[in-house]
Design a protein around this ligand. Structure first.
Ligand code: ATP
Length: 295
């Protein structure tokens, strides 16, 4: 049973993530990929507001983006549906999403919005779920949802349900994001990966060691993503962006998640600020965002 905080609304930030490492180590018999990902939360975030309205029914999603569905295809909508069904919530639920995270970009925008809805509804309806329970529910929505519920610097394994903190966390770093003027479907990228025979694995242990010892040059060298070669074939602009960033002197450069966003990470602000200004001119129509690691 639940009790509702009437007339209340809860607002949660939904943070973007990047992958400092993404390795695919196997496949389960049910088709799910077994992953080893080093994840990092960024300050860049959507803002998700959940409101309960007594006397109304159903779930409604309102966003300020044309690129995001406002029906049951929205992962935030599905998160609300999951809790509403499990806890027999029959008040109307209104979800507002102020979208800032680029869509279909490899930055876990949808997963993070879903995680924010789970957290907000837990408070709004006094469901009393702890983080582990929220993560277990979230996993059915997507591999990145359990991670998005806790955030930080984490090793994510299994199908995204085994999370291990990497300490000390990567705080206060600058991150530049450049996304070509088209997205890519995560599903398509994984399907292409499954039929590809050039499988490459990043050195996940090395990445974690570099983070632990604060060795930024080593981290820059070791960043790696098993999906990059596959996505590059679909979106060649990724290679162009990587080439541009490296030519401008950025050291740590990689495609995030299933792409096509490319990021550069640095422990100073000056270089990436300069490249940010140049990239806006050089890549008209692309999304160019200067942010940082959260925390
Ligand atoms: P990931 O990094 O987890 O693979 P992504 O960043 O590549 O995710 P999303 O931005 O989550 O991709 O969007 C993927 C697709 O999901 C989009 O094409 C969009 O239509 C749909 N979608 C559903 N709900 C949302 C949401 N709340 N925000 C953004 N996209 C959403």
């Amino acid at each position: 049973m639940y009790t509702m905080n009437t007339g209340k609304e809860i607002t949660e930030p939904a943070y973007a993530k990047i992958n400092l490492g993404l390795d695919i180590v196997g496949r389960r018999s049910d088709g799910y990929h077994l992953l080893r990902m080093v994840m990092q939360t960024l300050s860049l975030h959507d803002t998700v507001t959940v409101r309960a309205s007594e006397g109304a029914s159903g779930i409604r999603t309102v966003t300020d983006s044309d690129l995001v569905p406002d029906d049951s295809h929205n992962l935030a909508f599905r998160a609300a549906g999951l809790l509403a069904e499990k806890y027999h919530i029959d008040e109307g639920i209104e979800i507002g999403i102020r979208k800032r995270i680029p869509v279909a970009a490899g930055l876990a925008g949808g997963s993070s919005d879903a995680a924010a809805v789970l957290k907000a509804m837990n408070r709004l309806f006094n469901l009393g779920l702890d983080v582990k329970e929220l993560q277990r529910l979230g996993l059915s929505l997507g591999a990145d949802v359990p991670y998005c519920i806790e955030g930080g610097t984490r090793l994510s394994e299994g199908i995204g349900e085994i999370l291990t903190p990497v300490v000390p966390e990567l705080k206060g770093l600058s991150v530049l994001l450049i996304k070509p003027d088209r997205g890519v479907s995560t599903k398509e990228v994984y399907e292409a990966f499954d039929t590809s025979d050039d499988v490459w694995h990043p050195d996940t242990e090395g990445i974690i060691r570099a983070i632990r010892s604060g060795d930024m040059p080593a981290l820059g060298r070791l960043l790696g993503n098993s999906l990059e070669a596959v996505t590059v074939r679909k979106v060649p602009e990724i290679s162009r962006i990587k080439g541009f960033l490296k030519e401008k002197g950025a050291q740590g450069v990689l495609m995030s998640g299933s792409g096509p966003t490319v990021f550069a990470i640095d422990d100073g602000t000056e270089l990436l600020e300069k490249i940010y200004n140049e990239a806006k001119e050089y890549f008209p129509g692309y999304e160019v965002i200067l942010t940082g690691t959260q925390g």
